[in-house]
Design a protein around this ligand. Structure first.
Ligand SMILES: Nc1ncnc2c1ncn2[C@@H]1O[C@H](COP(=O)(O)OP(=O)(O)OP(=O)(O)O)[C@@H](O)[C@H]1O
Length: 232
């Protein structure tokens, strides 16, 4: 199995303020799958995504990518692994304000041994003609596309997205979802996307629903709907 998540438990706080956020998460994701993580606020989605991405550690359990357990890696190996194999997209775009669009995407390319061609990618993203502009000269959707470009230019095995459309309006959200779909199809990256939006489950290969730190539902969707046709 490509991405294996086994027995993950995680708490925050101590004593009276201790909360068990993840209470034993077991799931597997195949290579190239687009997996959507759904669940109410506080159910542990972002915590799980951060643990998958090695941003945060688990109390127990492990994450294995291609058979390699991230917990067995020392800090340096883990940093290199994250840098080379994982791409992150957050709700806030976190672009570098004084670098232009192309340079922001190039930041991602520098981190990789086999980056995608930056100009080709800018064209796929519909950003080529804006490549010399600064982030604050672009719309929110264009900034998010740049952030996706920065994550994807590394050609990461896994693209982790935390509410990538959280700050965007309906039309722009759809545009971004179409782009994530296109990237997943074209480059074959495995995608794990956290969202509040139940409609997004229809475009996923796998839908995992968390509730109170546990998996309530995990199903494979054999009839994936095009992002274009989603409605909410
Ligand atoms: N660093 C932290 N320190 C303390 N508590 C935390 C920390 N990170 C998350 N939590 C708590 O863990 C619980 C789960 O948070 P998490 O962000 O994983 O949920 P979520 O399902 O992603 O929620 P949302 O949809 O609102 O983003 C929440 O109660 C949150 O307050």
């Amino acid at each position: 199995m490509f991405l294996e998540i086994k027995g993950i438990k995680k708490h925050f706080g101590e004593g009276d303020s201790r909360i068990e956020v993840l209470k034993g998460i077991d799931m597997e994701i195949e290579k190239g799958e687009l997996c959507v993580l759904l669940g109410p606020s506080g159910s542990g989605k972002s915590t799980l995504l951060n643990i998958i991405g090695g941003i945060d550690g688990a109390d127990s359990g492990y994450i294995a990518i291609n058979g390699e357990k991230t917990a067995d890696m020392d800090e340096k190996t883990l940093t290199l692994y994250r840098r080379k194999h994982l791409g992150y997209v957050f709700q806030m775009y976190n672009l570098i304000p004084n670098l232009n669009i192309k340079e922001n995407v190039e930041v991602g390319a520098y981190l990789s041994d086999n980056p995608l061609d930056v100009d080709d990618l800018l064209k796929t993203l519909g950003l080529y003609e804006h490549r010399h502009k600064l982030p604050n000269q672009l719309s929110g959707g264009q900034q998010q596309r740049t952030a996706i470009g920065r994550a994807i230019v590394k050609n990461p095995d896994i693209l982790l997205c935390d509410e990538p459309t959280g700050a965007l309006d309906y039309a722009t959200s759809k545009e971004i979802l179409k782009l994530i779909e296109q990237v997943n199809r074209k480059y074959g990256n495995t995608v794990v996307m956290v969202t509040h939006n139940n409609a997004i489950e229809k475009m996923a290969d796998r839908v995992v629903k968390l509730h109170d730190g546990r998996i309530r539902e995990n199903c494979r969707n054999e009839t994936r709907m095009a992002a274009e046709d989603l409605e909410w």
